[in-house]
Every structure is written in C-alpha cells, then in structure tokens.
Design a protein around this ligand. Structure first.
Ligand code: F3S
Length: 107
C-alpha cells in the first residue's frame, strides 16, 4: 500500500518528507505535496519526517481523508518532482490542524 499525503499538508508544506524518499516519489504543487503511488515503495520513512503528521499509509487513512488517495494519484501525474526540501510558508504555523483546508488546495 502506498503512502498518501493528506489535508494537513495544505498550506503547511514543510517538505522535510522529500529528503528521505529513496525513489523521489514526491511531487510539488503550489501549496501541497503529493506522493506518486506508482513510485512509492512503502518504505515507511516519510511519515516520521512530517512535523504536522500529514502522511499515512493508504489503508490507515484517518476518517474523511480518503479523497486524498485519488488526489495524490491525479496530481502526481501533472506536478513536478521535488527531492530537496525548502523553507515552509511563512504562515505555516497558523494552518496546522485547521479543518476544511481541501478547498484551499491550489493546482
Ligand atoms: Fe507536507 Fe509534511 Fe511533507 S507538511 S510537504 S507532508 S513534511
């Protein structure tokens, strides 16, 4: 089962997760990252690197986060690869844990 980036990444986007990925499976959008499910090898390294706990294995998603399975698959086909971390948005702290961020996802 591949890993999935979920809602709490939106507008937090720490990008520390990408540094440990052995297959460079992360893809970058304007305010969110996704994992290419075809590139993910289920190594289990990235969840611990996310300070806002946004990454879960596909079959262990929190309730309500199932939509992100399809979003990771879809957006990974159009967003570019990211394998080096960068600074998080200046206002990332105020978005950690905010509900309903899906509507703020930029494509
Ligand atoms: Fe997002 Fe967490 Fe990575 S906030 S960019 S999944 S480290």
């Amino acid at each position: 089962m591949p890993y999935v980036v979920t809602e709490n990444c939106i507008k937090c986007k720490h990008t520390t997760c990408v540094e440990v990925c052995p297959t460079d499976a992360f893809r970058e959008g304007p305010n969110f990252l996704v994992i290419d499910p075809d590139a993910c090898v289920d190594c289990d390294l990235c969840p611990a690197e996310c300070p806002v706990e946004a990454i879960f294995e596909e079959d262990e998603l929190p309730a309500g986060q199932e939509v992100f399975i399809e979003l990771n698959a879809e957006l990974s086909q159009v967003w570019p690869e990211i394998s080096t971390s960068k600074a998080a948005p200046d206002d990332h702290e105020q978005w950690n844990g905010v509900e309903g961020k899906l509507k703020l996802l930029e494509r």
